[in-house]
Ligand binder design. Structure first.
Ligand code: BEZ
Ligand code: FE
Length: 325
């Protein structure tokens, strides 16, 4: 005869009751699952998870997700994770093409129209950009349409920010960053870390950037293809401007006549960031700035908020539930 179950098994402590204790039903699914997080000690984690569960359940109910579709989604997310490596972040790319990166960026860097608007960082920034002197030519390979880039970094009252750092990076005229073409482009090509002069001004020589596709050989690219979306970003030059006592801004300046300005694959374009890049045909001026004639000019001034300045308020139609108009 088998032994009777031991006392230890019989006296196992009962599982702690879950907050709410209600059983799962289709109608009450979100509330039942959200209640399981009621005892989360961190109130922000509790708020985020509760809201996430409510939105996820509402989504599944709205589309009546099939088991096959659920499986496709799990497979897609699995492949997205498997595509990530030390040098590639496919989940951020997914966030980018869904507009989530831009939304998070925009919510966290509201300007109230008083400072330079931000946009996505993207995957091609170098943590340690090569330091350059004002006036340097960052087109190390000497290829492309020459362009003089200049601007001024100021605070909210127009005060010039001397010694502000201005970190820039861009594609070559074929639409590739240096890190995408090792061996073809010299390391540090079309990048530079500048420091502004006494009037907060910066200037350097470069070439006109070109539009380019985001990395589209992975699951995110397949998603774009399946939905008839192109992978391109309009031509732009990346900037991170920073000064002690002020809030740094991560942004781009977009070339006004570039294709894809109105259909950026990652929704990064803001009207305030678009600039004409006019041609200058003036041999004397070209010689003065050290470029071949004719050349193009790109002017981009940046305004930073003070570090202690309160963030701008949420726009009226940004409230949960959206616009009421
Ligand atoms: C970029 O501008 O470098 C970029 C931004 C988002 C995704 C891919 C590239
Ligand atoms: Fe870029």
């Amino acid at each position: 005869m088998p032994d009777a179950p031991s006392d230890t098994v019989l006296s196992a402590p009962p599982a702690p009751a879950r907050a709410g204790g209600e059983l799962f039903t289709e109608e009450r699914s979100a509330d039942v699952v959200a209640a399981s997080f009621d005892n989360t000690p961190d109130p922000r984690l509790r708020q985020v998870l509760t809201s996430l569960v409510h939105h996820l359940h509402a989504f599944v109910k709205e589309v009546e997700l099939t088991e096959e579709e659920w499986g496709v989604a799990i497979d897609f997310l699995t492949r997205t994770g498997q595509t990530c490596s030390d040098v590639r972040q496919e989940f951020i790319l997914l966030s980018d093409v869904l507009g989530v990166s831009m939304l998070v960026e925009t919510i966290n860097h509201r300007t109230g129209g008083t400072s330079t608007e931000s946009t996505v960082l993207g995957p091609f920034h170098m943590v340690e950009s090569p330091e350059r002197e004002l006036g340097d030519n960052i087109a190390l390979d000497g290829k492309g349409t020459p362009c003089l880039v200049s601007g001024q970094v100021t605070g909210p009252d127009g005060e010039p920010l001397a010694g502000a750092s201005v970190d820039v990076w861009q594609t070559n005229e074929d639409g590739f960053y240096d890190v995408q073409q090792p061996g073809l482009q010299p390391p540090g090509n079309l990048r530079g870390l500048f420091s502004t002069d006494d009037e907060g001004r910066f200037w350097f020589r470069s070439v006109v950037p070109r539009y380019y596709p985001i990395p589209d050989d992975g699951p995110v690219g397949k998603l774009l293809a399946a939905t008839g979306r192109h992978p391109n970003r309009p031509a732009h030059l990346h900037f991170i401007a920073a000064a002690p006592g002020y809030r740094p801004v991560t942004t781009h300046v977009f070339v006004a006549d570039s294709p894809y300005l109105d259909s950026d694959a990652v929704f990064g374009v803001k009207e305030s960031l678009v600039r004409d890049v006019p041609e200058v045909d003036d041999p004397a001026r070209a010689a003065e700035v050290g470029l071949s004639n004719p050349f193009r000019t790109l002017t981009f001034d940046l305004t930073l908020l003070r570090a202690n300045q309160a963030p701008a308020a949420q726009p009226a139609d940004g409230a949960p539930g959206g616009s009421t108009s």
